[in-house]
Write a protein that binds this ligand. Structure first.
Ligand code: ADP
Ligand code: MN
Ligand code: MN
Ligand code: MN
Length: 343
């Protein structure tokens, strides 16, 4: 038997955006613990906006486990759902519990974010009115002028930490604004990519602590009226039916359902999205729904491959923003898909 250091992670009760919380416990296992071997745990919900002080216990149910190599040998990250003390009722903040189970659902999330230092994007010159060059050379850029001196070390280390944790990190790019980056996560199963995304966010935030850098997840941190891009979390999705049967009629029915429920989607696609979905900067306006082939100004982008393949494959919902909860996003997309008969 060996002692394992386990970091239990969960989402707190803050609105409109939950924060990651974590605490450590030590347990003995013969080898790296399987999910079934990990015990439930509890925490003080009165400190996380999840309970009243007089009845403050909340329960943590392990739902996914990842090796935590950055921390050292025999260390694990345990992603958890929050339950009421009866261990049967999901806590109201538990957005994962509402995702329909569907092993045939696949999601790919493209997470954009800014690295921040001293309240400004990393690499912005100091001083009130100092701005770097306008957007143009930052996207996929190279050189100190474009990406600064530590950002690449951070994003690269993060990539390797994710891979070591078994997270399906698919790639990185420097984004359109200075200090802005993206990574992509893909997973099969309705909850898998979202679990991985929360743990990838955790690893990035924890890594940045030692650089005294913050991750700014807000969708328009530089404001609505200046010409800097906002951050999204484009959500690519497919079900087994979409990949294997598809067809133009099914696709059109699906898009009609997405139009019908557009407000319900926007409600869980992250706060302040009206600042980002303006119709500019490769977005559609927040109150409109449309789709388009290879159209980056559409709400849903239809890849060329989808049309070429008899309307089979995946679609990209471009509306979710960088601060959105991937559990809520995946849950809403699957709920809307479920309203469309596959006949
Ligand atoms: P872009 O920046 O052009 O929108 P990216 O390469 O950043 O594209 O992201 C595309 C995403 O689509 C990736 O996360 C990838 O995993 C995901 N993806 C690819 N195929 C599927 C599929 N069949 N179902 C769901 N997601 C998919
Ligand atoms: Mn991308
Ligand atoms: Mn991008
Ligand atoms: Mn995209």
């Amino acid at each position: 038997m060996a002692k394992y250091i386990l970091e239990y992670l969960w989402l707190d009760g803050y609105e409109p955006v939950a924060n990651l919380r974590g605490k450590t416990q030590i347990k003995e296992f013969a080898s790296f613990p399987k999910l079934e071997e990990l015990p439930w745990w509890g925490f003080d919900g009165s400190s996380t906006r999840q309970a009243e002080g007089k009845s403050s216990d909340c329960m943590l149910k392990p739902v996914a486990v990842y090796p935590d190599v950055a921390r050292g040998e025999n260390c694990a990250i345990v992603m958890c759902e929050v339950y009421m003390p009866d261990k049967k009722t999901p806590h109201p903040s538990n957005s994962r519990a509402n995702i329909p189970d569907d092993p045939g659902a696949w999601f790919g999330f493209e997470q954009e974010y800014f690295l921040y230092k001293h309240g400004r994007p990393l690499g912005f010159p100091c001083g009130q009115n100092n701005f770097p060059y306008p957007q143009g050379l930052y996207y996929t850029g190279v050189g100190y002028d474009a990406v600064g001196s530590v950002a690449r070390e951070i994003v690269d280390t993060h990539l390797k930490l994710c891979l070591a944790a078994g997270i399906n990190h698919e790639g990185i790019n420097a984004e359109v604004a200075k200090g802005q980056w993206e990574f992509q996560i893909f997973g099969k199963g309705s909850k898998n990519a979202a679990d991985q995304m929360w743990v990838a966010r955790y690893l990035l935030m924890r890594l940045c602590e030692k650089y005294e850098v913050d991750v700014n997840w807000h969708c328009k941190p530089l404001g609505g009226d200046v010409d800097w891009n906002g951050s999204g979390m484009h959500s690519n999705f497919s079900t087994q039916h979409m990949r294997e049967v598809g067809g133009k009629a099914y696709f059109e029915a699906l898009m009609a359902a997405f139009d019908k429920y557009k407000n319900e989607h926007i409600a869980v696609y992250g706060p302040d999205n009206h600042l980002r979905l303006t119709g500019l900067h490769e977005t559609q306006s927040i109150d409109k729904f449309n789709y388009g082939i290879a159209n980056r100004g559409a709400s849903v982008r239809v890849p060329h491959s989808f049309v070429d393949n008899d309307y089979k494959g995946y679609l990209e919902d471009r509306r979710p923003n960088s601060q959105g909860d991937p559990y809520k996003i995946a849950g809403r997309i699957l709920q809307t898909i479920a309203t469309v008969p596959t006949k």
